[in-house]
Design a protein around this ligand. Structure first.
Ligand code: FEH
Ligand code: ZN
Length: 341
């Protein structure tokens, strides 16, 4: 089967022909129909996030498709079922796995982000059927972004719900794929007015179309003051989908006492959390990670209900994956690109 594999950090993906894996007991082979390209993959490819224990490995952690074969003992899915794949695979035994937060596993085996091959390939071997969420009516190609671009902000927002107040805004920094789903989910789950921030005027326009009340330029030196003015002294919750030094500082400095700052982006920034200087009193800070299987079931349910509509998706064949990664790097992707192996 064709697979786009990393050979070394700093090198483009290489299209290789490798054997189709055979599912062993409990495993499921999925014919990949959609594999979303996440900005985190760029951080991994460049070596900024040197997360891979071995190479070559097939990347791709945002996957959906059809069950091609079920290993012995698999009872919950069968050949032909359309499925979304929760890619945060774990050991099944540690404190995190036993409560269902496999993505936080002490020894993770994430799809395409560990020694386990991911979905930039015709087939994906899933270690346990529990990581599959049945799709009833959704096209797996378009559903792939639900498994990361939607799931990741969903977990972050759900964990911040106690902080939302309709008379105080929420801040979304970074309006790429995750930020766009974040705005959509905030409109569904929270009644707070949304202030969006991005460098790109096109992304700011998308944020307004998705329901943000305001969309501010991240490069404008007045933006920090404008956020405080618009939010009456600070937002109740801030979500940083970029994670750079500047955006983390903006998120922390924009949050009112008693609010919550959530870091989702992985751009490698640091922020000084010094009370009275860079952060107000009793502000909670959390760096959330991806989402778990139950949360993906909830995201799929929101999508199948029609409440959670898809962000703009562009499709590309596997052989164009390096070209698409370069476009993503240059900020030329409006929503999400999904590879269709
Ligand atoms: C990628 C690499 C490392 C940590 C987290 C991630 C997320 O993009 C997974 O959704
Ligand atoms: Zn991701």
């Amino acid at each position: 089967m064709k697979a786009a594999r990393i050979q070394a950090y700093g090198q483009p993906l290489v299209l290789q022909d490798i054997p189709i894996p055979a599912p062993r007991p409990g495993q499921v082979l999925v014919r990949v129909r959609g594999a979303g390209i996440c900005r985190s993959d760029l951080h991994v490819l460049s070596g900024e996030i040197p997360i891979l224990p071995r190479m070559p490995v097939t990347l791709g952690h945002e996957n959906a498709g059809f069950v091609a074969a079920a290993g012995p003992g698999v009872t919950g899915v069968r050949e032909g079922d359309a499925v979304a794949v929760c890619g945060g695979w774990g050991c099944g035994r540690c404190d995190y796995c036993v409560v269902g937060d496999d993505q936080l596993c002490a020894t993770p085996s994430w799809a395409g982000l560990s020694a386990c091959d991911g979905g930039y390939a015709e087939y994906l071997l899933v270690p346990n059927e529990k990581y599959l969420v049945r799709l009833h009516g959704l096209d797996p190609r378009g559903a792939a972004p639900l498994t990361d671009a939607a799931l990741t902000p969903y977990r972050a927002i759900k964990r911040a719900l106690p902080y939302f107040q309709p008379d105080h805004g929420v801040l979304v920094i970074g309006c790429g794929g995750l930020g766009q789903y974040g705005i959509k989910l905030l409109r569904i789950l929270a009644g707070s007015p949304i202030i969006a921030v991005d460098l790109d005027p096109a992304k700011r326009q998308i944020a307004i179309c998705l329901g943000a009340a305001h969309a501010l330029d991240a490069s404008d030196p007045e933006t920090a003051a404008r956020i405080l003015e618009l939010s009456g002294g600070g937002v109740a919750a801030a979500f940083d989908f970029v994670g750079s030094e500047a955006t983390l500082a903006l998120a922390a400095g924009s949050t009112r006492s008693g609010g919550k700052v959530t870091q989702v982006g992985l751009a490698g920034g640091e922020a000084r959390l010094r009370v009275r200087e860079s952060i107000r009193w009793e502000v909670a800070f959390e760096a959330t990670l991806w989402g778990n299987v139950k949360e993906l079931r909830e995201v799929v349910a929101l999508a199948e209900s029609g409440l959670l509509t898809p962000i703009e998706v562009e499709y590309a064949t596997l052989d164009r994956i390096n070209e698409v990664c370069q476009r993503l790097e240059r900020g030329e992707v409006k929503g999400r690109v999904v590879v269709t192996p």
